[in-house]
Ligand binder design. Structure first.
Ligand code: IPM
Ligand code: MG
Length: 364
């Protein structure tokens, strides 16, 4: 198979981690007889510096032409003045919207070898294996009106959280389909005791659930969910929720796994690529980590695992995806760690060395 991938390295540690992701993809492709055709484009702060825009038109064109997109991270202090007209994050939101990537899949798996890396007790996090399915192109992130107006002391700001039935239904369908390949349970998270959008969410969630009698559905309020996530996280299989709740809960859930440096994500839309699978954008859930950028110490595993998700969801290459995940698991059980997940007495690997360790552990 010919894998046509556009790489958006972005800012901060983005280029360092995507370099390792691409290395692993290429090594794997060679082993399995695939070819990788790479293209790169600017997104975020680096795009603002070069063109004045966070999402140059050329980037959208290149991403739309690819079967899948690999993204590092965007943002950094250089561009974070709240009064700035353009912000790197607009690039990220813009490309999600432009490609119609309405479902953000964030698997949270606690590796046995890393149980000690979590701040929570081992008996709480052992066996955690959940998939957060976050709605990605609706809600407060894109609702209008949005903005600030007025002068001191009468300044005001407004955000709007719209959701349509169609937006909720397609996200819930994706969640139910995914649950079928897992433990057949969907937890729909909302704030139906307060928000109108949440009441519609719950209604539609149950209508969709009726199409999946083999899958269990439960409703949990978002505040309660944030508590259960650290109390009994193993009770969750698939969590389906709206954009802002999903953003918050997925960072919380990330800490079950010890570090943001471990967690991959996939953003999928309706569009089917020429291989008959969904075009998607794959990125680590961590940010650009400006404090460690350029030092060669960032953990590339979240990006490498994102490449595994890409092989699975955009190319249907299950064996290849499994091979990457197994190689990562072996590197961890061999005691290899980057700084973010290292404990005392362990030899810490740099970004590139961790990439090498994974490449060396790829089997046929
Ligand atoms: C994420 C990030 C983004 C989001 C930011 C950088 C705009 O936090 O991917 O979770 O809120 O979606
Ligand atoms: Mg976030």
């Amino acid at each position: 198979m010919n894998l046509k991938i556009t790489v958006l390295a972005g800012d901060g540690i983005g280029p360092e981690v995507t370099t390792q992701g691409v290395r692993v993809l290429q090594a794997l492709a060679t082993k399995y007889g695939h070819t990788v055709k790479l293209d790169d484009a600017l997104l975020g702060g680096c795009a603002i510096d070069a063109t004045g825009e966070a999402l140059p038109a050329e980037t959208t064109v290149k991403c739309a032409a690819a079967d899948a997109v690999l993204l590092g991270a965007v943002g950094g202090p250089k561009w974070s003045d709240p009064r700035a007209k353009v912000r790197p994050e607009q690039g990220l939101l813009g490309i999600r919207k432009a490609l119609g990537l309405f479902a953000n899949l964030r698997p949270v798996k606690v590796y046995d070898a890393l149980i000690g890396a979590s701040t929570l007790k081992p008996e709480v996090v052992r066996g955690v294996d959940m998939l957060i399915v976050r709605e990605l192109t609706g809600g407060a992130y894109f609702g209008v009106p949005q903005g600030k107006s007025g002068e001191r002391p009468n300044r005001q700001a407004v955000d709007t959280t719209p959701y349509s039935e169609a937006e909720i239904a397609r996200l819930m369908r994706m969640a139910f389909e995914l649950a079928r390949g897992r433990r057949s349970k969907v937890t729909s998270v909302d704030k139906a005791n307060v928000l109108a959008t949440s009441r519609l969410w719950r209604e539609v969630a149950h209508e969709v659930a009726a199409e999946y009698p083999d899958v269990q559905i439960e409703d949990v309020l978002v505040d309660a969910c944030s508590m259960y996530l650290i109390r009994t996280p193993t009770s969750y299989d698939v969590i389906a929720t709206e954009n802002l709740f999903g953003d918050i809960l997925s960072d919380e859930a990330a800490m079950l796994a010890g570090s943001m440096g471990m967690l991959p994500s996939a953003s999928l839309g309706e569009y089917i690529n020429r291989h008959g699978f969904r075009r998607g954008l794959y990125e680590p859930i961590h940010g650009s980590a400006p404090d460690i950028a350029g030092k060669g110490i960032a953990n590339p595993l979240a990006t490498i695992l994102s490449c595994a998700l890409m092989l699975r969801w955009s190319f249907g290459l299950t064996a290849e995806a499994d091979a990457i995940e197994r190689a990562v698991e072996r590197a961890l059980s061999d005691g290899l760690r980057c700084k973010d997940i290292a404990s005392a007495g362990i030899t810490v690997l740099g970004t590139q060395e961790m990439g090498t360790a994974v490449v060396e552990r790829l089997e046929n």
